[in-house]
Design a protein around this ligand. Structure first.
Ligand SMILES: [Mg+2]
Length: 397
């Protein structure tokens, strides 16, 4: 089987707002093969910026676009995906967006290879079993405690056993304000649900501010405090996690979603003192690289968790990565109501079973399909022209 083409679909809601909600747009990547198969992937990236990495003109030997590296290539085995992922990296050695952008193609190559070989992706990447995971409903804090409590109540009504609240007003007011938000989330969820807090890098490099919150949130039974600090503040993360542990505070420190290449994740796992590393398969360069992080996390005794705030295409890609690791038992599950994200794979998706758990499908490929009507409905038509010649025009779904 040969890769015949790579199609890029920029999809977006009609109105984009400044909320920290990644379900407003997406870059969906389709890999077409010469035997009539399609594979699909998704990047968690600025769509237009990443599209450029697939189509821009060559600058020199180390700035050659992703399509050039992949189209016409043979794809018959897992080794081919790894080889092609590496080739794209070599062609785009000096493209800083490379790992981020190539994620979509990497996921799509695993998907189409699975369809070709009749195997689920989790098997192709070397897992022997697919273990169930506990999905946590991932939502934003309400504008105030009352709204947060309502959101939590509605999550509890949907029978989620775990939830994560993030961003919004967290860290924008006083310590007391932050505690009130988390207390409201806890009240709405009830005492038995797992609760996680995502601070959305709000305290920058301020270890004291993050530590004060960690102490208070631990009392409310918060499993982890996520991204209290900016991704690059690795030293500050270490100071924070050391202080939390030294004082016996019962809360984990989580981070890593900002890692957009393997080394960045490795740096955080090695030097930041993390308890949980959160990897976005659509940022770090796809399933191939995310799998490397999961293996490394296991070696270091850090719990791997996916970061996912896109469609079920990304939810599926994310859980295939660590399907075989029973101890990595939690998974982020976007639970907003974006019609784009809900529609993109409908009616397929990764849904909870009667116990409220999810698992990587055992059907060929990723196990979810893209709904072409949703692409048609939300597609933004892009036309890139240089000196009067068309470089890129959005394809038909
Ligand atoms: Mg986060």
């Amino acid at each position: 089987m040969k890769i015949e083409g790579i199609d890029l679909f920029y999809v977006a809601l009609p109105t984009i707002t400044r909320t920290a909600d990644g379900t407003q747009d997406s870059l969906v990547v389709r890999v077409r093969t010469d035997n009539g198969l399609y594979g699909w992937g998704e990047c968690d990236a600025s769509p237009l910026v990443s599209m450029a990495a697939y189509v821009m003109p060559m600058s020199h030997s180390n700035i050659i676009n992703i399509s050039e590296a992949l189209v016409g290539e043979t794809l018959e085995s897992p080794g081919d995906v790894v080889r092609l992922r590496r080739k794209a990296g070599e062609f785009g050695l000096d493209i800083q967006q490379l790992d981020h952008a190539v994620a979509g193609a990497d996921i799509a190559m695993w998907d189409v290879l699975g369809k070709h070989l009749g195997e689920p992706v989790w098997k192709l990447i070397g897992h022997t079993e697919s273990h169930k995971k506990l999905p946590y409903a991932s939502v934003l804090f309400g504008e105030d405690p009352a709204e947060t409590r309502n959101i939590a109540t509605s999550i509890a009504r949907k029978n989620f056993r775990a939830a994560k609240f993030g961003w919004g007003p967290m860290g924008r007011g006083s310590l007391k304000d932050d505690v009130a938000l988390v207390q409201a989330a806890r009240d709405g969820l009830g005492p038995d649900s797992k609760l996680m807090v995502d601070a959305g890098v709000i305290w920058g490099d301020d270890v004291d501010a993050a530590y004060e919150r960690a102490v208070e949130f631990a009392d409310l039974g918060v499993t982890w405090l996520e991204e209290p600090l900016r991704t690059e503040e690795v030293g500050a993360y270490k100071a924070l996690s050391d202080r939390v542990r030294a004082n016996g505070i019962k809360i984990g420190i989580a981070g890593g979603e900002g890692a957009d290449f393997y080394r960045s994740a490795d740096d955080m796992m090695t030097n930041a003192g993390l308890d949980f590393v959160q990897i976005d398969v659509g940022r770090i360069g796809g399933i191939t690289e995310a799998r490397r992080v999961a293996d490394r996390a296991r070696e270091l005794g850090i719990q791997y968790v996916n970061h996912t705030f896109k469609s079920h295409l990304s939810v599926a890609a994310s859980i295939h990565v660590f399907a075989g690791y029973e101890e990595f038992d939690l998974t982020e599950y976007p639970s907003g109501d974006s019609p784009l994200i809900l529609g993109l794979t409908a009616p397929t998706g990764i849904f909870r079973d009667t116990e409220g758990l999810i698992e990587a499908p055992s059907t060929p490929g990723l196990g979810v399909e893209v709904n072409l009507d949703a692409i048609r409905k939300f597609q933004r038509r892009v036309h890139i022209e240089i000196d009067g010649e068309t470089l890129f025009a959005s394809p038909e779904p």
